[in-house]
Design a protein around this ligand. Structure first.
Ligand SMILES: Cc1cc2nc3c(=O)[nH]c(=O)nc-3n(C[C@H](O)[C@H](O)[C@H](O)COP(=O)(O)O)c2cc1C
Ligand code: SF4
Length: 605
């Protein structure tokens, strides 16, 4: 029945959604303390979110007004970073890792109110979750009472599984994430865990030599001796030895480091930048965090050596926003280096706010310029015109961590390990169906089988497939386990080495489902700037969702369109896992085309 009483309008709120509500004076003052330059847009957004857990409209307005950026553009930038929230989140947020290795370990059975996370980067102790910002994995047997001088492993993985005594001699994790929490009573050579297992890092260590042996904040006793030598050699000689060493960039593209430096060195400019890529947002990759957590001074020494050789006047280190411990230790080490008068060029540390594409070098530059995290067309290459229009060398953390040893020991020493084309060692993030998931250092060219057996302690179950190179990489059958870990051998079987992620899957894991997950990830992470990738990844996922209705010629054509037509590596390499699936798993593909799935992972309406 209709009511006949006159209706009263609800009183309208007088508070404007764009005016700061009372009680936020400090935060507004903090926003207004940023210099009025657009480059501070991302730092200001991160600052506000850190305080309020999200970005209310009034804060977006206040930041835009202060930095003189239109509100629509502030919104546009904020919405390009997956970790920035434009809606208020629930009071408690639980995120469950959906990375390939956590799924392999059963992480897909998530609680109804939990949110899926692409990767939480503690694969070695997975399945992992994050509860209100704190990383968690299944609790492990606690540490027994230990003498005061015992070294105790303390990295992001360990903190997720155990409590570490406040008075302990904390060192970075030696790569033995599987063993966490572990201790050493022989200076970090042998590690023990409460279940009685003893372990020593396999092989010859270079980058990880001091990790797990030294106080990360104090550094090794020899820290900065290479820098001293580099200064006495001069920039030209340092550049020459790095060029002769054949070091290639470890961020995934393997471009010769010396050649990139040469371009920046030869580009005249009063100001030159070294931009360090510590974004590391690729699922399954945690090597750079590990280096920053375990030996940040080696990394800083690498920065100073590179800056000397390039002639850099400024350094920006861009760290993944979720790598809290890595950032904390880097800042403490930097503080110490400053106190000791070692900082020869100013280093600014910037934080990211999520997204795989943010690690792409031109997206990184855009983010620092206060723009959306979207890649740029090249040329110009950053080494000619990058940050603020100046010549900019972009190098990965692991690339730079190699420099102190190269300067101290020379190019021939460096070339003694690895292959002629790709000398040196590589950090690999090994997770999934192995007994000892963790971080390992192996000479480039080491067969995948040796990595699984000698580093990983063997497979945990019968291996049915192996993911190499993350979402831009490939899926290989066990018959290719003798493939060498290097750029060309992996290319020859349709893969890439990428940043060094290796995830063996057991026979009961469906390879089609695994590739579908990688494609779904690429689709989610596509920044949408160019059509082949934005639309192509959607179509690709549709086709993989139901192979019964998929025309394989059309799928192959689509792969070509993405590979040739996409602006950046994300779209160009999104076809890699799909092509590898079609090439190496024809029986499984045919079975799915008939509507079957022997693993029972794929269902259709
Ligand atoms: C989608 C995408 C994501 C990337 N993510 C990273 C990253 O997280 N860290 C990194 O160092 N390089 C990443 N790269 C590679 C960088 O663009 C660049 O090649 C690298 O930082 C250069 O340093 P390097 O020569 O020392 O390897 C990514 C590339 C693409 C296409
Ligand atoms: S390829 Fe994809 S991620 Fe790269 S610019 Fe194009 S849409 Fe963005």
């Amino acid at each position: 029945m209709l009511e006949d009483r006159p209706r009263r309008r609800a009183p309208r709120s007088t508070a404007s959604p764009t005016a700061p509500p009372p009680g936020h004076d400090d935060l507004v003052a903090r926003i207004q303390a940023y210099p009025r330059r657009r480059t501070y847009l991302l730092p200001a957004l991160i600052d506000v979110q850190h305080e309020l857990r999200w970005l209310p409209p009034w804060a977006v307005e206040a930041i835009g007004l202060h930095l003189r950026v239109p509100r629509s553009e502030v919104y546009g930038v904020a919405s390009s970073f997956p970790d920035l929230r434009l809606r208020e989140p629930p009071s408690s947020v639980v995120r469950i890792c959906q990375g390939a290795s956590c799924r392999q370990l059963g992480a897909q059975q998530v609680a109804a109110d939990a949110v899926a996370a692409d990767c939480l980067f503690i694969c070695g102790v997975g399945p992992a979750a994050e509860m209100d910002g704190t990383l968690r994995a299944a609790r492990r047997p606690p540490l027994p009472p230990l003498p005061a001088d015992t070294l105790i492993q303390d990295g992001a993985c360990t903190r997720a599984v155990a409590q570490i005594p406040a008075a302990a001699q904390r060192v970075g994790c030696a790569g033995n994430c599987w063993q966490a929490p572990a201790w050493s009573d022989d200076g970090g050579a042998t590690w023990q865990s409460a279940d009685g297992q003893r372990w020593q890092a396999p092989g010859e260590l270079r980058l990880l030599r001091n990790v797990g042996r030294i106080d990360p904040l104090a550094g090794a006793p020899t820290a900065y001796s290479a820098l001293e030598k580099a200064r006495s050699m001069g920039g030209d000689a340092v550049w020459q030895v790095v060029k002769d060493s054949g070091l290639r960039g470890r961020g995934g593209a393997y471009f010769p480091v010396g050649a990139k430096w040469e371009t920046a060195r030869n580009t005249p400019s009063a100001q030159k930048y070294l931009l360090v890529n510590a974004e590391e947002g690729e699922p399954g990759i945690y090597k750079d965090r590990h280096l920053l957590e375990g030996d940040p001074h080696r990394f800083l020494e690498g920065i100073f050596i590179a800056a000397l050789a390039i002639g850099a006047t400024d350094v920006v280190v861009f760290v993944n926003g979720e790598a809290h411990l890595a950032r904390e230790r880097l800042l403490s080490a930097l503080e110490r280096a400053r106190r000791l008068g070692i900082e020869q060029v100013p280093i600014e540390v910037r934080l990211g706010a999520g997204g795989y594409v943010l690690g792409e070098e031109t997206a990184l530059i855009n983010a620092i310029h206060g723009l959306r995290a979207e890649p740029l067309a090249r040329p110009p290459f950053p080494a000619v015109s990058g940050l603020y229009g100046c010549p900019t060398v972009i190098n990965n953390v692991e690339s730079l961590a190699n420099l102190p040893d190269i300067v101290l020991n020379g190019a021939e020493w460096f070339r003694a390990l690895g292959t002629a084309e790709n000398p040196g060692t590589k950090l690999v993030c090994l997770a999934g169906a192995v007994r000892r998931p963790g971080l390992y250092e192996v000479p480039l060219g080491t067969p995948l089988r040796a990595i699984v057996d000698e580093c990983g302690g063997g497979a945990a179950g019968a291996i049915g497939s192996i993911l190499v190179g993350g979402p831009s990489g490939s899926i290989l059958p066990p018959s290719l386990l003798d493939t060498a870990l290097d750029v060309q051998p992996l290319q020859a079987v349709g893969g890439i080495l990428g940043a060094g992620g290796i995830v063996p899957l057991t026979e009961d894991q469906c390879p089609v489902a695994a590739v579908r997950e990688l494609t779904a990830y690429n689709k989610r992470e596509s920044c949408g700037k160019c059509t082949p990738c934005r639309e192509g990844t959607v179509r690709m996922l549709d086709m993989l969702a139901d192979l019964r209705t998929t025309n394989m010629d059309t799928l192959n054509d689509l792969n070509d369109v993405l590979a040739f037509g996409s602006l950046c590596g994300l779209g160009q390499m999104a076809p890699n896992p799909v092509r590898a699936l079609v090439r190496h798993f024809p029986e499984e593909v045919a079975e799915h085309a008939r509507g079957g799935c022997r693993a029972g992972a794929c269902t259709w309406p």
